[in-house]
Design a protein around this ligand. Structure first.
Ligand SMILES: [Zn+2]
Ligand SMILES: [Zn+2]
Length: 314
């Protein structure tokens, strides 16, 4: 027996009004969702890590140091400057007559190389005359010729998780920040970096999480965040270590960091309106024949943007 309910006489599919309006509404909804999807899918151009730019008194001495310590550090030239290349990353050496300050009052703390066995590499480095200024079981800080720190480690700590290092090339730059979690969001939004989370690690809704400033002389590690650039280089962001404000790295031993894009103009145009301070506008640089620009990031860090076609993984 067929039961005819009241709905079949109301706004059922056979109603002439519904035959026109329902498909129209469905079409509108599909169009709207396509627009939303389209907006969501506009990719943020991802930056690759390009170089750390250092002010050193004797570039040859610095190059000898990095080549002695790291088997994959090659002597090259970039932008007509003496340089070290490790994987896809460069250290560029700018010669200065007066030794620059290596103090840790800027947002750039140190950079580092990976190791598959810190203990083995530490022993080798000591035999080659290296000085470790600080070390643990899995990591150590080498003192470079201009007294900046260079880390070697075979594990990384991420959100309470310990992860084995699988690279022996340049792996990371360690940064200080007033608000590490907010800085991480900036690197995600502006540079297209990917957030790297430890197992079970969650991102709080408000990035303004106070640091655990406590015992003087003890490293303040929480909160911290890691973001990864497209060629596998990590920016690891720790809280600044005391109440003093961080200062600009300009003129320090580690002067600035640089990232690359296939088009610096397109990358800058995209962040226009995101309150990113442009310190040096985009233009072709004589020494490279490529477009470059300089922007200011969180905690007064200086980030050079440099044109380079797609960079393979480090
Ligand atoms: Zn540079
Ligand atoms: Zn580090």
């Amino acid at each position: 027996m067929r039961v005819v309910g009241p709905l079949s006489k109301g706004f059922g599919a056979e109603h002439p009004w519904a035959q026109v309006v329902v498909p129209f509404i469905v079409a509108l909804a599909l169009l709207f969702s396509a627009i939303v999807q389209c907006q969501q899918e506009v990719p943020v151009p991802s930056a690759a890590f390009h170089h750390v730019h250092l002010n050193v008194v004797d570039p040859d001495d610095s190059i000898r140091f990095y080549r002695r310590m790291f088997h994959n550090a090659k002597r090259v030239r970039f932008a007509n400057l003496p340089a070290i290349q490790s994987g896809t990353v460069y250290l560029l050496f700018n010669r200065v007559t007066v030794r620059a300050t290596p103090t840790l009052e800027t947002s750039i703390w140190h950079f580092g190389w990976g190791s598959v066995s810190f203990e083995t590499d530490r022993s080798k480095a000591i035999l080659k005359g290296a000085e470790f200024v600080q070390q643990g079981a899995t990591w150590g800080f080498l003192r470079a010729p201009d007294e900046n720190l260079v880390e070697i480690n075979d594990v990384v700590h991420r959100g309470g998780e310990v992860v084995l290092q699988n690279s022996t090339t340049f792996t990371h730059v360690h940064l200080f920040s007033e608000w590490p979690l907010c800085a991480a969001e900036w690197y995600q939004d502006v540079l297209g970096a990917a957030r790297v989370l430890g197992r079970g690690e969650r991102i709080p809704a408000d990035c303004h999480v106070l640091s655990n400033v406590g015992v003087p002389g003890r490293l303040v590690t929480e909160p911290n965040a890691t973001v990864r650039l497209v060629n596998g280089v990590d920016l690891i962001i720790y809280p600044k270590q005391d109440a003093r404000a961080l200062v600009s790295p300009t003129g320090h031993v580690i002067d600035h960091i640089a990232v690359s894009y296939p088009s610096v103009r397109a990358a800058l145009a995209r962040v226009n309106g995101m309150h990113v301070r442009v310190l040096d506008d985009v233009g072709k640089r004589e020494r490279t024949g490529r477009d470059a620009a300089m922007i200011e990031g969180p905690d007064l860090i200086r980030i050079e943007l440099i044109e380079q076609s797609a960079t393979p993984a480090n």
